[in-house]
Design a protein around this ligand. Sequence first.
Ligand code: NAD
Length: 267
Amino acid sequence: MTDLSGKTALITGSVQGIGLGIAEAMAVAGARIAVHGLAGDAEAQEVCTHLRARGAADAAFFPGDLRDSDRIDELMAAVAAWGGADILVNNAGIQHTAPLAEMPREKWEAILQVNLTAAFLTMRSALPVMAARGFGRVINIASVHGLVASRDKAPYVAAKFGLVGLSRVAALEYAAKGDAAKGGVTVNCICPGWVETALIEPQIAARAAAHGGDRAKGVADLLSEKQPSLRMARPAEIGALALWLCAPAAHNLTGAAIPVDGGWTAQ
Ligand code: NAD
């Protein structure tokens, strides 16, 4: 198993959902975890206690609303003072579905800021330190919507395509840093299809409503449209892939956008 003892991982949006699944996988591998997200004190401390119990060398909560670029700079300064991130997972994300002509400008701006600009700012801060150390991993949680489009998701698709492009630029700029023994500096995207988390609850609810409120039928309806496996992914499965990307053996895997989508983008 990948050993992350001595490494620090900052995972944005790690108080729930996919981010928590990734934090748990890295905790089991012995990393120090910088937990982040929109959460009250009690919830944040509960997550840190849980991660320490799972094996994290340490876990501390770092606040910072990603809608505000100044807060992002403060977040990165606080994590730098804690030792800096050897592993940066840009996971926090938001969604709003509506036809393009009805998409509120505030939703466009918020989705671009949280899902794309925040990743630029965290990477700009973290990558030079990773390069100096000869080891670094940036794992950006994009989406199948960074590879293909769906209707009613203009800002989300624009942000996720942007995140894939941003990751490729960074991968090129840092490809030659470090060496195989240290692990090098890699930048990749994970592109999930449907993963059962709070983020997609409104979309499940809308489908369930069309089946008399039957949630299971709503989920089946959503999957049958685009995800050939007909199975949701679970946050722990995304966590397992993220952990594998941190292994020294993954030093030559960079600039990739890896689908975990049950065949969605194979069609
Ligand atoms: P989620 O809603 O369960 O979690 C989102 C996380 O982001 C939370 O921890 C929240 O605190 C944090 N967050 C949201 N807005 C924030 C802000 N302004 N400032 C700081 N933190 C903020 O969602 P999830 O499904 O776990 O999504 C995680 C990532 O996975 C997102 O980038 C999402 O686009 C992506 N994704 C999800 C799915 C899916 O089916 N669930 C599919 C593809 C991609």
